[in-house]
Design a protein around this ligand. Structure first.
Ligand SMILES: [Zn+2]
Length: 144
């Protein structure tokens, strides 16, 4: 299975081979773009398909005979909107998972505690959810 780590290893290997070919056969430095292009294509595909397990192992489906739905909310909490969502979930006696962004919590954990007290799962969705969030390895996603 191709992962982010193996892709980095692949890039490193291809760059070394390219450097050898440049030196041995006096080739153009332009051939260095081929490994970089391959690397970028694999990274984009890996980042865009969660089920590829490129950055981390993910569970994208579940075999069951029951009719079940998993409800998740990303990029919150959002104050009033999250309060309304919690109210609706409570009305229908439904639990869900909230993927929270650290800087949106902003030190006020009362809403997060309310989610937790209602039986919802609280999950980490990075601290800032930067523009390159989907391209970061999981270790960086915890920081930015
Ligand atoms: Zn998000």
């Amino acid at each position: 299975m191709l992962t982010h780590r193996t892709n980095i290893f692949l890039l490193s290997s291809l760059l070394l081979i390219s450097a050898f070919l440049i030196r041995a056969y006096n080739l153009s430095f332009g051939i260095l773009f081929l490994p970089l292009l391959i690397f970028l294509i694999i990274e984009i595909i890996g980042a865009s398909r969660l089920s590829a397990n490129f950055h981390f192992k993910s569970i994208c489906s579940f075999q069951t005979t029951e009719k079940v739905v998993s409800i998740t909310f990303d990029d919150g909490p959002h104050g009033g909107a999250t309060e309304k969502v919690l109210s609706v979930l409570k009305e229908f006696n439904v639990t869900s998972t909230f993927f929270c962004i650290g800087n949106k919590i902003n030190g006020d954990i009362s809403l997060v505690k309310k989610m937790s007290d209602a039986g919802h799962i609280i999950a980490n969705h990075s601290y800032t959810h930067g523009n390159l969030f989907n391209l970061q390895p999981t270790s960086l996603s915890l920081l930015f």
